[in-house]
Design a protein around this ligand. Structure first.
Ligand code: URA
Length: 248
């Protein structure tokens, strides 16, 4: 595997940061400084970072949790509240992929794979997340659904269009590709239907299939499906880059 990837798998840093470390001459292979991030290495190559041998950690793990109400989705809580990480007994250093509010229930992932977590939460990837909301002031009318579908303006800016369907007079299901703070609650507030109960029922290709409070390790196929989330569209070249490449 490429040296930069090997370092990332060893928990030294992200792959991109590893490339910098390699170029800076801080990595040796068999005692020789190597500055090429693409050098092919394996566990027998004798890779060291700042003089200390490094080895890839075991295959990363991804765990699905059905978070109950009152549990916070940080690794630790300064107020001593229960955490999603505390719900799972593991020797791994797991951390939550994104956040759910303490009063939201539903699907949240834990992993020790930093690259995957980044990919699943970075807004550029726009991973779809589906929420089921029981709301006040039922029935939810067509006008409110339409506003949610078109996108509306919150105090931190406009939302992207959401996929929305009404499941019952007081229950809607919303799919969004953003992850702003309390976004679904604020969107529903904005259309006059404050949330009474909120549950995340889907995250990317995964559907919530666990009873509240339960967790399970994802299969290799499910992890593959998560990794296969479409890459973000390429940004058009900046004006400066366009000028440079056209030679003017
Ligand atoms: N949107 C919210 O308002 N709360 C959550 O927990 C997740 C999305």
């Amino acid at each position: 595997m490429r040296l930069s990837r090997y370092l990332a798998h060893s928990g030294v840093s992200s792959r991109r940061a590893a490339e910098e470390l390699i170029r800076a001459g801080r990595v040796t292979v068999g005692g020789e400084v190597v500055t090429d991030p693409a050098r092919d290495v394996d566990a027998s190559s004798g890779v060291a970072f700042d003089g200390r041998p490094v080895a890839p950690v075991a295959e990363p793990v991804v765990i699905a949790v059905h978070k109950p109400r009152g549990v916070v989705s940080t690794a630790r809580d300064t107020h001593g509240r229960p955490t999603v990480v505390g719900m799972v007994r593991s020797r791994r250093r797991l951390y939550p992929v994104g956040r759910l509010d303490a009063d939201t229930t539903g699907l949240i992932l834990l992993t020790d794979d930093g690259e995957l977590a980044h990919r699943l939460t970075h807004p550029r990837y726009g991973v779809p997340k589906t929420y089921r909301a029981v709301v006040a002031n039922a029935p939810v009318g067509e006008a409110a659904l339409e506003r949610l579908r078109r996108g509306l303006v919150l105090d931190d800016g406009p939302t992207q269009p959401a996929e929305v369907r009404r499941l019952a007079p007081d229950t809607v299901e919303l799919t969004i590709r953003e992850g702003r703070k309390r976004q679904v609650r604020r969107m529903l507030d904005a259309v006059g239907h404050p949330v009474r109960r909120l549950t995340r029922v889907r995250f990317g290709p995964l559907r919530l299939d666990l009873p509240e409070g339960a967790h399970r390790t994802l299969t290799a196929r499910e992890v593959e499906a998560l990794r296969a989330q479409p890459a973000p569209p390429r940004r058009p070249p900046s004006r400066r880059r366009r000028r440079r490449s056209s030679g003017s």
